[in-house]
Write a protein that binds this ligand. Sequence first.
Ligand code: CO
Length: 151
Amino acid sequence: MIRRIVQIPNKILYTPCKEVTKFDDKLKKQVRNMIDTMKAHRGLGLSANQIGIPKQICIVQAPQKPLLVFINPKIVSKSEDIIEGVEGCLSVCGMAGIVKRHKQVTIEYQDLEGKERKGVCYEEEAKIFQHEYDHLLGKVYINCAIRVWKI
Ligand code: CO
């Protein structure tokens, strides 16, 4: 089901999301709705608070890469290498900006069944993940961008 995307300055986008504790059918349905909504808007990623769910869930879909689902993610290490790239956000319509991100991040997270997992994201995937992870911390990219402009 395609959900409406929350826009700034809605408070939910500036509030840290809560840990997921129940790995039930409701969670799977919420993730399904996130995927449907991201695809419908041609996004590369989405966090749960962007569709009004204040939980630590985000999805990442870099071009030509598989869809990744992260529940309760934590960045456990990151490269010293930094890349600067252009970002946009479905919650910040009509804007783009340049953001510095770590080139590589190692993430501990849980899957839809609650199983603990660890993964590494590089470059485009790492950039998208860090954007979504910031959403879960209640941060929006325009507040950490080097430069933003209207598109
Ligand atoms: Co965003």
